[in-house]
Design a binder for this molecule. Sequence first.
Ligand SMILES: Nc1ncnc2c1ncn2[C@@H]1O[C@H](COP(=O)(O)OP(=O)(O)OP(=O)(O)O)[C@@H](O)[C@H]1O
Ligand SMILES: [Mg+2]
Length: 264
Amino acid sequence: MEQVAAYLDWNDSIKALNTAYESGLFVLIIGPKGTGKTSLVRDFAKSKNVNLESINFSLRTRESHLIGTKTLNEGTVSFDEGLLTRSMREGSMLYLDEINAAEADVLLRLDEALDDRRQITLKESTGEVVKAREDWFVVATINPLTHSGTKELPPQLLSRFPVRIRLEYPPEGTELEIVRRHVSGQESEIIQAIKLANTLRQAAAVEELFYSPSLRETIAFGKLLEEGMCAREAAMFVFGNVYTQWGSVEYQKVSDIITSMFGN
Ligand SMILES: Nc1ncnc2c1ncn2[C@@H]1O[C@H](COP(=O)(O)OP(=O)(O)OP(=O)(O)O)[C@@H](O)[C@H]1O
Ligand SMILES: [Mg+2]
């Protein structure tokens, strides 16, 4: 199994999470894909020594995933509690990933649990009211609206998360430090790859390109080098080839940038 690299808290997000946690305020993390949102929350839960319950929202996520489902077992009906119900009862940390991908009915149910009373009525079961434990803590993430498939989070749900942390791409030096937590060696080539990634990110930000590489890519590049691949080839595999998806003009543009940075 892959060893998990230690999280580098480069913009004091852990401190902000800690303060929110101590004040019982829920947190929203906003940032593009692959900027360390999930790693940050995992690291924080570990530091608090609490159990982390995670759900990744999509259009297929149903209320029952959150609340629970009735099951029939040898003639008796019982209720299998969902993630939300369980975490409220146990006072664990709840991680709602990409919450803006959820359907309206799911969001409505979440809203019920997240308001100031912090309770839900199990109307699909006995009608019991489940009140969250005092230490229940919730962190949600959303991707910026530019990402395809994302919707705007309704304002009243947004207001349930009054502490908002921005997690953007780190400065180049910081990114290098992060990549070095995952791979060793080849520093000068990794610096080049981070420069390349930032060039592509800037082009994507002004919609000159369709795709913005994340930290996942710069780490992957380092891993290929570690296995002995040459830098140019690794750059094509990790950064270049993906643009074929948007046609040969887009691909050629990036391919030329890679050649100018890594040679032929
Ligand atoms: N500050 C950091 N310290 C150490 N590793 C990091 C850091 N930030 C990102 N990474 C690494 O970058 C990769 C992507 O991070 P992660 O999955 O946490 O991002 P994410 O924002 O949750 O992505 P997505 O939006 O796609 O879910 C992981 O391999 C993670 O370990
Ligand atoms: Mg994530």
